[in-house]
Design a binder for this molecule. Structure first.
Ligand code: ATP
Length: 275
């Protein structure tokens, strides 16, 4: 059964329904390859409201990254419609609506952490002073203020990933698109960055779309969990979290958390066929 995020209650703290930021209707994407067509996305319907934290979860090849890339205007759909803040993804990109965090931090080794953070702002034509103020603000937010003059190779993997989150935030995009940002990190660092990310989400009120393979991570972070399945890539279920917004790590030991994780696990198992 498919249920759009839009169909479940998504309330702002004052009780009002927040506005739609991403609206996807009957969207499909087929890649033409030498081995024939690959149906990466099939009939996707999804609405994401401002302030939501939405995770895409599903087995390898179910189209999570492709869907994120369509939102980011890095891939074009074959059919169907998508709007981002009421415009095309292309216009949204030109309007600097989103910051994108990749699985690998992708920092330039010859630039300092501060210099890496400043890069998108340079491209967008920010003045030097503004670049400094913004880099300062977001390096502080991710706890890297003391490392601003270091080069990426002088930092741990987790710190590099925090720097790439600061880089994605420093031009104040409304939307944060994150493609398995913590997938390559050890569990302790990952826990720590999950907490940091929730804190940033609370403090900045951003909308986050997050790709993960981890059920625990999806349940811990999200307001909505989008379960996907492959061949063709499609949404099989959208689960709204009933967990409180405030989430210490030990929430994972509560019955409510475990029940939700079990629900996601069952959805994944139902649709996961190994060929
Ligand atoms: N540029 C491309 N050209 C051809 N096929 C592609 C391309 N990009 C992705 N695919 C295919 O589309 C399908 C969906 O890929 P995608 O990377 O979105 O899946 P995913 O769920 O993110 O997988 P993973 O969890 O392994 O990262 C896969 O079958 C993949 O091989």
């Amino acid at each position: 059964m498919q249920q759009a995020v839009d169909n479940v209650v998504s309330l702002k703290p004052d009780g009002e329904r927040s506005r739609k930021l991403i609206d996807i209707k009957d969207l499909s994407l087929t890649f033409d390859t030498n081995d024939g067509p690959v149906h990466a996305l099939s009939h996707i319907d999804l609405s994401i409201r401002k302030g939501d934290f939405v995770s895409f979860i599903g087995p390898s090849g179910c189209g999570k990254t492709t869907l994120l890339r369509v939102i980011a205007d890095l891939e074009q759909q074959t059919s169907g419609k998508i709007s981002v803040e009421g415009t095309t993804p292309h216009e949204a990109r030109l309007n600097r609506l989103y910051g994108y965090v990749f699985q690998a931090p992708a920092l330039y080794p010859w630039r300092t952490i501060e210099g890496n953070c400043a890069l998108p702002m340079e491209i967008f034509g920010y003045g030097k002073d503004k670049q400094e103020v913004q880099a300062d603000k977001y390096l502080n937010l991710v706890g890297l203020d003391k490392f601003r003059k270091k080069f990426p190779w002088q930092l741990s993997g987790g710190m590099q990933q925090r720097a790439s989150i600061a880089r994605a935030l420093c031009f104040e995009p409304e939307l944060l698109l994150m493609d398995e940002p913590f997938g390559a990190l050890d569990e302790i660092t990952r826990d720590h960055l999950n907490l940091e990310l929730l804190k940033i989400w609370e403090q900045t009120g951003k909308t986050v779309v997050f790709v993960t393979h981890s059920i625990a991570e999806a349940v811990f972070l999200s307001t909505h969990i989008v379960v996907m399945s492959p061949r063709p890539g499609r949404i099989t279920r959208i689960i709204q979290s009933n967990l409180p917004r405030e989430r210490p790590l030990d929430i994972r030991d509560t019955p409510a958390f475990m029940e939700l994780a079990q629900e996601v696990r069952e959805c994944l198992a139902t649709d996961h066929h190994i060929d």
